[in-house]
Design a protein around this ligand. Structure first.
Ligand code: BGP
Length: 468
């Protein structure tokens, strides 16, 4: 007999505007930095994506049919404000009203993210969130949406502040493609957390009826050799970069002594100084207890080894197993125990990491209120046969992660739902259309959808709450 999940548990599917909608230049949408960046650096484009802009009724009907009662959707900021602020584009506003209405018709609750990697080009080229002016532009955009879309009951300010800093300024796989600049990484984290805090405060001050939170990617970090203090240190510093700095800002309203000591150590090795102002902490502090939920995106864990040497990061964007490399000066390098499975993109599959991360939030940030697992899933080179995909590896992956969620709930964590990444296939930011995650296979040429084996399995679990 399999493990159980609670009766009121949300079984959702996740999407993001830029990866799903296509229609990048339709109905007045403004440019985003990714438009040009993909052209210059990658072999694929954001067209047609999954043509969700036109196909959403099909996807929502499928969701309903397969027992999915929640969907993560993001609003493309540049559909509402083509230049990031100023004049509103009514056609964009109407599109999202229609989309949310269709969600209701299909009994699929929309969990709506304001920013999923797609800052309007006009603001991105002006420094994105490194430029403090853009914090206010984001808050104004959020305020507009809160007022305009009362039909939305669950708001998320940002998707993955951590990977934005990483992708844009450390790995350099996201626009503007800057590498190894740790100062910019932390500054981007900090400024985005400020934008989050101000938007949350505003939402609560205005007395809106819904809930608001933030989605963080929280890859769990372990020392390669737990008995070696140097590996333990490497793990702690890596954890600060990706998890602790952002969690502290969210739930403590400041950075703990250990967090700041780690940041200083990393910056001492890599150069740069942060711009952290007293008034910033007033805003962070004011929001720390107002988050109704935390969204956790969890795909992988990492093991860390101490090492000497310069920073060198190689991103595996093609699914050629073993081609990635990650080491940061003054921090350490990633090296996993040999027996731990990895995807073709070198993502380490370790369900227990999700359990550990949930319990860490519960232990270290007891004011978290509740958690949704807002993304989890398996990127795979799916084989389309018999009008479907026999994706047993994906079923196995999701099953094991649902099981540890059930364990965490049994151990006192308040986890209220799970959103598989992704509802239907979408393209991957830095890996293209070849890396698929969906419950529904998308033929990107015809835009037809085909339920995969995993969709039928997920339906059974959602109906019975039994993970079998
Ligand atoms: C998260 C993003 C998603 C999605 C997912 C899978 O970081 O929030 O938008 O892309 O990861 O990642 P990838 O597409 O790199 O495989």
């Amino acid at each position: 007999m399999g493990k159980k999940l609670p009766k009121d548990f949300i079984f959702g599917g996740a999407t993001a505007a830029y990866q799903a909608e296509g229609a990048t230049h339709v109905d007045g949408k403004g440019h985003v930095a990714w438009d040009k960046y993909l052209e210059d650096n990658y072999w694929y484009r954001a067209e047609p994506a999954s043509d969700f802009y036109h196909k959403y009724p099909v996807d929502l009907a499928l969701a309903e049919k397969f027992g999915i009662n929640g969907i993560r959707i993001s609003i493309a900021w540049s559909r509402i404000f083509p230049n990031g602020y100023g004049k509103v584009n009514e056609k964009g506003v109407e599109f999202y009203h229609r989309l949310f209405e269709s969600c209701r018709e299909h009994s699929v609750e929309p969990f709506v993210t304001l920013h999923h990697f797609d800052t309007p080009e006009a603001l991105h080229s002006n420094g994105d969130f490194l430029n403090r002016e853009n914090i206010q532009h984001f808050v104004d955009y959020a305020a507009y949406c809160f007022e305009e879309f009362p039909e939305v009951r669950y708001w998320t300010t940002f998707n993955e502040i951590g990977p934005i800093g990483d992708g844009q300024y450390l790995v350099g796989k996201f626009p503007p493609g800057i590498q190894y600049d740790l100062k910019k990484v932390f500054q981007s984290h900090h400024n985005m957390m400020l934008a989050h805090a101000r938007a949350v405060k505003l939402y609560k001050d205005k007395g809106y009826k819904g809930e608001i939170g933030v989605v963080h990617a929280l890859p769990t970090k372990y020392p390669f050799d737990p008995s070696d203090p140097a590996d333990v240190k490497a793990c702690e510093l890596e954890d600060i970069i990706h998890n602790k700095f952002i969690l502290d800002a969210t739930y403590l309203g400041h950075y703990s002594k250990e967090t700041m000591a780690g940041v200083q150590e990393i910056l001492a090795a890599n150069g740069g100084e942060l711009d952290l102002r007293d008034e910033d902490f007033v805003d962070l502090e004011a929001a720390k207890d107002l988050n109704d939920f935390l969204g956790i995106n969890y795909y992988m864990s990492d093991w860390m080894k101490a090492c000497e040497g310069e920073t060198e990061i190689i991103h595996n964007g093609t699914g050629e197993k073993g081609s990635s490399k990650y080491q940061i000066k003054g921090v350490g390098r990633r090296e996993a125990p040999i027996d731990i499975p990895k995807t073709d993109w070198d993502w380490i599959i370790y369900p227990k990491g999700l359990y550990d991360q949930i319990m860490r939030v519960k232990r270290d940030y007891p004011n978290y209120k509740k958690i949704y697992i807002t993304e989890n899933g398996l990127g795979y080179k799916d084989e389309f046969v018999d009008q479907t995909v026999y994706d047993d590896a994906r079923i196995d992956y999701v099953k094991k992660h649902l099981e540890v969620i059930s364990d965490a709930i049994a151990d006192g964590a308040n986890v209220k739902g799970y959103f598989i990444w992704s509802l239907m296939d979408v393209f991957s930011w830095s890996n293209g259309y070849e890396k698929r995650y969906g419950l529904f296979y998308v033929d990107f040429k015809t835009q037809e959808r085909y339920p995969k084996k995993s969709a039928y399995w997920y339906k059974k679990v959602a109906k019975s709450q039994l993970i079998d």
